[in-house]
Write a protein that binds this ligand. Structure first.
Ligand code: 13P
Ligand code: SF4
Length: 305
């Protein structure tokens, strides 16, 4: 490690202590960012962590909607997102006016909102979900109720297939996960016939159909730890491979596609974390009027778990 890296890390640790800060990082973050974090997890685990932390400051190493969720749950804490350009493109594929129109077309429908959405869209929704609990959330909705699912058509389609519920799917998608093609998975399977294939539900149905298991990033981490398989093909953003290899040195991990990179996730660096702690900016704060309504949808999700 270079001397400058050591110094950078020492400065972060020192400032973090002085400011009573917790660093939360998503499983897709750069390896060095994950290694610097107090906790690394999936969207659900990170929001549960944010909801219970005793820190005064949360440095959120992830994308904007994740920092917003922390702000929704912890209005008294300072939530820093080290780079404001770290936004999830899928979250911007649904807007409040368009969702309101859809609700008008289907009065009485329950709106289930993937957590990869803006706080304003969450405020228009009945309940949130992540990829870890989407099936459970939908199963709780009475069978006679119509469901509008926003914004990920592929997660929504997967949940509809798992639950047998008819759902109105918003046409959003993740530009990173659609790069994982069925032929990528088939090629990896041919090269590693003994491997287990774990795929994220944001992938296209043609890709999830080839998986042994379809899981959130947290689910992929857990199953990789528990499985007897020595080789595992991973169909999600490749940042997760760092943690998988670190936690499972005896197993081999193969990304289904090297193209599955989320550029926004990679904007957070050790330099931007330090800069953010020094300046205590950029802060993500959800206006109270939106926060209270969005919190109701997030709380309903957290009650389900
Ligand atoms: P997880 O909730 O599975 O961590 O997924 C978040 C995400 O952004 C996937 O692209
Ligand atoms: Fe958004 Fe896709 Fe990046 Fe996840 S991987 S943050 S859904 S763009």
């Amino acid at each position: 490690m270079e001397d400058s890296d050591v110094k950078l890390k020492e400065e972060i640790v020192d400032l973090k202590k002085r400011r009573n800060t917790v660093i939360l990082a998503h499983n897709y973050q750069l390896g060095e960012v994950q290694d610097m974090a107090d906790f690394v997890g999936d969207s659900l685990e990170l929001s549960q962590k944010a909801a219970t932390t005793e820190a005064d400051v949360i440095v959120f190493c992830g994308v904007h909607f994740m920092a917003e969720t922390a702000s929704i749950l912890c209005p008294d804490k300072i939530v820093l997102l080290p780079d404001m350009n770290a936004g999830c493109p899928m979250a911007n594929m649904v807007t409040v006016p368009r969702l309101r129109e859809k609700k008008k077309e289907h009065p009485g429908a329950t709106v289930v909102c993937y957590v990869n959405s803006t706080a304003a869209v969450k405020a228009e929704s009945d309940v949130c979900c992540t990829s870890a609990n989407a099936v459970k959330v939908v199963e709780k909705i009475p069978v006679n109720e119509e469901i509008i699912f926003v914004p990920d058509q592929y997660l929504g389609g997967y949940v509809a297939a798992q639950t047998g519920r008819k759902m109105i799917l918003w046409p959003g998608y993740c530009p990173t996960h659609i790069r994982i093609r069925p032929q990528d998975i088939s090629r990896q399977r041919a090269e590693h016939p003994q491997a287990k294939v774990l795929v994220h539900p944001e992938c296209r149905p043609e890709a999830t159909a080839l998986a042994d298991e379809v899981l959130s990033t947290g689910g992929i981490i857990r199953l990789s730890r528990e499985t007897e398989a020595a080789e595992i093909i991973i169909g999600t953003e490749i940042g997760i491979i760092h943690r998988l290899r670190k936690e499972n040195p005896g197993k081999k991990f193969f990304p289904a596609s090297e193209q599955a990179v989320c550029p926004r996730m990679k904007l957070i660096t050790l330099e931007s974390i330090l800069g953010s702690l020094e300046e205590m900016t950029p802060e993500v704060k959800v206006p109270e009027r939106i926060r209270l309504r969005a919190k109701a949808a997030v709380d309903r999700m957290l009650e389900i778990g």
